[in-house]
Ligand binder design. Sequence first.
Ligand code: SF4
Ligand code: FES
Ligand code: FES
Length: 370
Amino acid sequence: MRGTKVVIDGREIGGKEGMTILEAAEKADIHVPTLCHKKDLSATGVCRICVVEMEGSPTLVGACHTPISEGMVIYTQSPKVLASRKATLEVMLAAHKGPCITDSRIEQCELQRLASELEVGPPRFALSEPRFYPAEEVSPYVRRDLSRCILCRRCIKACREIAKKDVFSIGYRGFDSKVIVDCDEFLNKEVCRDCGICIDYCPTSALTSPSHRAERNEKKEGLEVRQEERNRDGNNRYKLLGMLKSEQTRSGSVSSKVIPGIARRLNISVGEVYGVATFYSFLSTRPLGRNIIRICKSLPCYLKDAPMIIEVVEKALGIRPGKTTADGKFSFELMNCIGACDKAPAMLVDNDVHGNLTPDKILKVLKSYS
Ligand code: SF4
Ligand code: FES
Ligand code: FES
């Protein structure tokens, strides 16, 4: 393997090809904070806490998943890096329900420790509707309080790569993203074998043990730690999206009744199939109406009057986003992008783009599909 020299915080470090910036930094005892990363799990690169500045790169890069290359010059403590880490953590804390950061009764978690390390206090802003899920106490093994989940995905990876089960997946998208079990069901005894690995890897109090943690240690013995993500179904996973699209076209939705069958055929978990089915906006797990109205809810369209379209459609059809009219003619969905920013305010009806909309024009468009 070839040697690779990099400079981190002014120190020349000799690394090996394939090593990440984080590994090179650790080799020289340079601390880079991490959150979604764990040494014995494959990299996810979702939290952006480990960002560093790299000469020549217009953006900050994630140290935990960016490989080093010859001559790289890295700064781990520049003002830009520190500001970015703080802002990321503050957003996480704001989206995270619960008084834990100010409540001394709650055992310190990694998120709180990171807040102390980065000198981040209680968030300066609050989300009007923070993510909230009632705590789930159905499983005798794991208590789930997903309002405290920061979507680091460590539980998913630990369960898949260490426990060699595939209990958790990510479902939905954007702000609605959530760690799910099967088709977003309760964690039950049948799927979970009580190894407690997910609890140990959870950096917050989102996953806790209803019983005492010491009881689990024996069960963990014998669990083989794997360094690379398992690819036991590598021949089949690539077929998933095609199968879901066919099902959507054939039946008008990908219902949770067909998901276990697809999972079995591809030898992947039900949760993974459900996660993909709820991620893509052209797929739906519930039956939709004959015509589907899609409006973009992202910032550029918001600034170009998307709220006006939403209001007019709501009034005209008498339904809220996410619903279908009683006669089954229209479903009304909000999406992150419909690819029509240049024509905004715009909406999609099925595959047709209608742009430069005014309230009158919207009513005419709706009438033409009635
Ligand atoms: S439940 Fe815990 S480990 Fe799993 S994604 Fe949420 S914070 Fe991470
Ligand atoms: S620790 Fe690197 S992206 Fe999360
Ligand atoms: S800060 Fe809320 S669980 Fe850690």
